[in-house]
Each structure stands twice: as C-alpha cells, then as structure tokens.
Design a protein around this ligand. Sequence first.
Ligand SMILES: NC(=O)c1ccc[n+]([C@@H]2O[C@H](COP(=O)([O-])OP(=O)(O)OC[C@H]3O[C@@H](n4cnc5c(N)ncnc54)[C@H](O)[C@@H]3O)[C@@H](O)[C@H]2O)c1
Length: 467
Amino acid sequence: MSSPQPISQLSKAFEKTGLNSPKNTVSTSPTTSYFDQYRPSGVKQGKTLKPFSAGDLKILLLENVNQTALDIFAQQGYQVEFLKTSLPEDELIEKIKDVHAIGIRSKTRLTENVLKHAKNLVAIGCFCIGTNQVDLEYAAKNGIAVFNSPFSNSRSVAELTIAEIISLSRELGDRNMELHNGTWNKKSARCWEVRGKTLGIVGYGHIGSQLSVLAEALGMNVLYYDVLMIMSLGNSKQVSSLQELLNNSDFVTLHVPETSDTKQMISTPQLAEMRDGAYLINNSRGTVVDLPALIEALKIGKLAGACIDVFPKEPRANGPYFNGDDLLPFIDDLKTLKNVILTPHIGGSTEEAQSAIGIEVGTVLTKYLNEGASIGAVNFPEVALRALDLDQENVCRILYIHQNVPGVLKTVNQILSEYNIEKQFSDSRGDIAYLMADVSGVNHDDIKNLSAELEATPFNVSTRLLY
Ligand SMILES: NC(=O)c1ccc[n+]([C@@H]2O[C@H](COP(=O)([O-])OP(=O)(O)OC[C@H]3O[C@@H](n4cnc5c(N)ncnc54)[C@H](O)[C@@H]3O)[C@@H](O)[C@H]2O)c1
C-alpha cells in the first residue's frame, strides 16, 4: 500500500491517469451539500462528498415536476433536462441511457424493458404518492433506489375533511345545487353547528392526527380508533374498538390505508352501529367502504349525509367518465341522493401539496446521490450514516449494493481490513442488501483498489465511492 496522499488532490490525479470507472461504478458529483442551505447557525457543517471519478451528474425530469425540485437540483449544479410531458417508450429509452437519476409522476412507465437500458441510473424519484408505474423489483435487483412522497399532502386532506364536516352539517352541497338551479331554499331544520359534536377518526396516522387538531380548534370532541396504540394530540381520545367509535360519533371519517383488513371495513353491520342521523366521510381509499350498503343507509335515513372522494374504480383521465357504465353500476344511485358530496379524488390536490412533493422527493434524491442515504426508499434497504466531519481528510465513503447471501460481510471486511473503518452500517430487503462504510487513511491508489476489489466480488450489484 502506498503512503496516504491528501484526497483533495486526487481528482486531478485521476483525470491525468485517464482511468475509467469500472463497470457498474457510478460517479456522482455534488458541488455543494444540499443541507448547507438549511443548516442553522452553530450546527456543525458536514463534509461535502465528491465522486470517486470525475463526471457531471445528469438528471432527467419528466411530466412537469414542481419548480421546487428544479431549484434543489440547480443548487447542486446537476445537469438537469426538464420536460413538461411524459415520453413514448422509444424516446424514453434513448434519454434514460446516460442519466443518473430520473424524476417522474404517474404517467411515465419505467418497465424492465426501459430500465435495462439505464446503465448509469442510481435513483428514481416518483413525484407523487403511487409507485406502481415503476418495476420496483427489477429496479432493486439492479441497484436502483426508488423514492416517492407519501405524506406531502396530508394537510390538504385534513383541511378538505374539515370543509366537508361543516358542509355536511349545513347541507351546503344541496343548497348550492338548488340555487344553481334557481331554487331559493332558506332552511335551518336539520342543519347544525359542529361545535360540541363528536368526530370519530378511523386511522390516526399523518392525516388523521392533523385532522384531530383542526377539529378540536372548531370545538369538536375527537375520538379515534387505530390498530396501533398512538399517543393522542390535544384532548382527543383513543377508543379500543371500531364499534365504540361508531356508537359514539356524530361524524365518522376514514383515514386508513388500503389493505386486506380495511377492505369494506364500513359495510352494513358497521353502518348499523353508527348513530342515527350521523355522517360518513371517506377520503382514504375506495375499497374501504361498501358503497351499495352506504347507499341503502342513506336511502332509509339512517345516515344524514356522506362525502366520498375515492371510489373502488376511478377514471384514468379527467372528462365525462363518471357514470355507471365506466365505473360501477350503483354510481347513478349515489348521484341522486340528498346531502351526498362527491369529489374526484381531490383530497390531496393543492398547489401546496405539489410544491411539498417537489421539496420532499428532490431532497431525498439529493441526499441519496450526495451521501448515499436511502431513508424513504420504497424498494430498497433503508440505510444512512451521519455526515463526515469537515476536517476529516483521507476518508472515503463506500456505497456497496449487493446480493443478500451468506458470506458477503466476511468478503467485504477482508477487503476493508487494511483500513480504519470509521463507521459501517448495512441492511437488507428481500434479495438485495446495502452496505455503507466510511474508511479513513485512504489515498488515491487505495480508492482505486477498493473500488476494483468490491466490483470484482461475486455479490456486487452496484458500487459507488464518494470522498
Ligand atoms: N383522498 C386523497 O386524495 C388522499 C390523499 C392522501 C392520502 N390518502 C389516503 O389516506 C389514507 C391515510 O393516509 P395517511 O397518510 O394518514 O396514512 P398513515 O399511514 O399515516 O396512517 C394510516 C393509519 O391507519 C392505521 N390503520 C391501518 N390499518 C388499520 C385498521 N385496519 N384499522 C384502524 N386503523 C388502521 C395505521 O396504523 C395508521 O396509523 C391512505 O389510504 C391514503 O392513501 C388519500
């Protein structure tokens, strides 16, 4: 092993040697640490990492992702190509060939056929909630981490739900329709203030818990039911069963994920448990409510109203598609019922949510590219190491994605054994595992050797080295 040289001189040295990156070794080149801009004064600054070999980081952004994400990438000095639309498959294949990261929304399909051409791709950012437009398994097996933004629109859903609680209570949808049709119908019978009424929240996660705070500010009492024991916010109270919540709530609102347990969790028996004249709101997923059973409960006057934002089948595009033929046979029934507010899955659709999605996905992508942290990845082991100190010289960060099989750590630690391992962390998910390690006392030749040796292991999926 040659004696250590200052790593700051290595970039030039590599250029002179004309060394090419070994196969599957991907270079990323952040110019500044993204988190520098948000670091409060007095907080220690981490070291900005650079790639093992020189090269500009290229990002392809499709489908008009929010400006907030572009700003984040521009701040990094990445080469960004921005397109307002998605691309047909042949054009996508051509463009994806040399990019290190791609940002998409829901229309771009990243199938195995597309991804197999993406030889430099390190990460995919889905600037939306869903990730089923990406072949997640193929991506993971090829060392490509996929990120999304599941919670950026929580506040938007919570606010819509508050609007709906008041709208149902005052029959606002009906009065609006009547007046649009020329009928003046000033009435107060069966219209209520929400103050002092009880809101029952099913699912006390990101949305449910925000909603609880907003509802209490309106003077409502809040009960919630969740499969997990969750600390209450404000004066809200967790109840031990769904039945207890249904028996004691004037408004029931659903904020659970779509799972086999939540499928039709509100059907005839549950509707029967609700208070007479109560209201139901579903802004979660269409499968959670048995719609024919709800229609029946509304028709016989058991419930006084309902809001439905999500449906078991939803049209793929905007347009005149909301009818029984395209959706479900009982939609026509639903459309005729009094005090029923129907919305086209807009719970999370606000400008603020789009902007927050840009920031959230832009940030996690940047953190992964610059520092290797995969926290928030949906298809990949979640691993992170704290930043290197600014004054740490001759330290190299190893990002080694490998097959999850016996014997890997023995082999890797054998390769690293000549150096001081400052910190190391690994985790696995399915067939894929991810190891991050910071090793010190390394020079130009050491980095080159480390990269080549890790690449040559039979378990290697993808190796990146940052210094
Ligand atoms: N309408 C929209 O536009 C819109 C927008 C965003 C999210 N959503 C949907 O809202 C729902 C909630 O989102 P979130 O971000 O609050 O999710 P979250 O994961 O933060 O919270 C869900 C909560 O439900 C609980 N839960 C799971 N199964 C349950 C069960 N069987 N009974 C009771 N509680 C259960 C979980 O423990 C968790 O606390 C999701 O279905 C999401 O897809 C809809």
